[in-house]
Design a protein around this ligand. Structure first.
Ligand SMILES: Nc1ncnc2c1ncn2[C@@H]1O[C@H](COP(=O)(O)OP(=O)(O)OP(=O)(O)O)[C@@H](O)[C@H]1O
Ligand SMILES: [Mg+2]
Length: 264
């Protein structure tokens, strides 16, 4: 049997009398790479925040790498999950180098001077930059990187603590076409590396699915409408139901594209 990295059982989330997530059941196992789709406000970020222990569900069971939320020490659990989102770039000082940005994650710090970094930390940071294809940028300051390069550095940062689960919330948001393609290539490299933990990537666009990703989940109004292996679950029916419009889906060279179906 495969090792389960994330297990959500009947997870629901309510806020101000509104149901944001309803009875979510999901298992993400070793080596799986998931893409999570859903319209704005469908609960994707809430789901990732629950899986990274930053949000407590109203009911249900959350287990990450054998640690059950509510039964284990949360401070020991947080480093198990790597998390990166587009907004995180704003929290970092622009004059840190890319390597420092990655290294600071080793101690959960945003600033480098609180800790003495070992040669091991430095080598590990370089390795993580390399795994996503941006080792050449290691000495460049974060503030001078393009948005796409920043996203890749942030993903390298989220890998610094050797997490058992990697959660990425819309890393391609706001990127231009070359930057998006470079990010997708980087994620594809990372996903094919056997030492990479299971990944859950939130996006709105099938064009952003890196080749090598294995599973897909569709959320609508806080409920899972379909989830499973990519080849059988990513189809026009599920995509159209998820976004509420008739969509045509095409696949070419391991990548996907979607557009409005002209027949409807
Ligand atoms: N603390 C809160 N209190 C009340 N409502 C909230 C709270 N946090 C989130 N919501 C609501 O929950 C819903 C889901 O939000 P969430 O951020 O998870 O959506 P999302 O799928 O990530 O959307 P997007 O694609 O725009 O990022 C939204 O309607 C949002 O307004
Ligand atoms: Mg969101």
């Amino acid at each position: 049997m495969q090792n389960v990295a994330l297990s959500l059982e009947n997870v629901s989330l309510e806020r101000d009398g509104k149901v944001l997530l309803k009875k979510i059941n999901l298992k993400i196992c070793e080596r799986e790479r998931w893409v999570i789709f859903g319209p704005n406000g469908s609960g994707k970020t809430s789901l990732l925040r629950i899986a990274s222990f930053y949000l407590h569900p109203s009911s249900g069971r959350v287990e990450v790498l054998g640690h059950e939320l509510g039964k284990s020490d949360i401070r020991k659990m947080r480093h198990l999950v790597g998390f990166s989102s587009a907004g995180f770039a704003d929290l970092l000082r622009p004059n840190l180098t890319a390597q420092e940005v990655v290294m600071t994650a080793a101690y959960g710090a945003l600033e480098p001077w609180w800790h003495e970094y070992s040669e091991e930390d430095k080598a590990k940071a370089l390795l993580e930059l390399k795994r996503i294809g941006v080792e050449d940028l290691c000495d460049q300051t974060f503030g001078t990187l393009s948005s796409g390069e920043r996203q890749r550095v942030l993903i390298a940062r989220s890998m610094m603590s050797d997490p058992g689960l990697l959660l990425l919330d819309e890393p391609a948001a706001g990127l231009d076409l070359p930057a998006r393609e470079n990010l997708v290539t980087g994620l594809s490299m990372l996903s094919k590396d056997d030492s990479t933990p299971p990944i859950a990537l939130v996006t709105h666009h099938v064009e952003e699915i890196p080749s090598g990703f294995t599973h897909v989940l569709f959320l609508r109004h806080g409920e899972i409408i379909a989830a499973g292996p990519m080849q059988e679950t990513l189809n026009e029916k599920n995509l159209s139901a998820c976004f509420g419009i008739d969509l045509r889906l095409d696949q070419y060279g391991g990548r996907w594209s979607a557009s409005m179906d002209p027949e409807h």
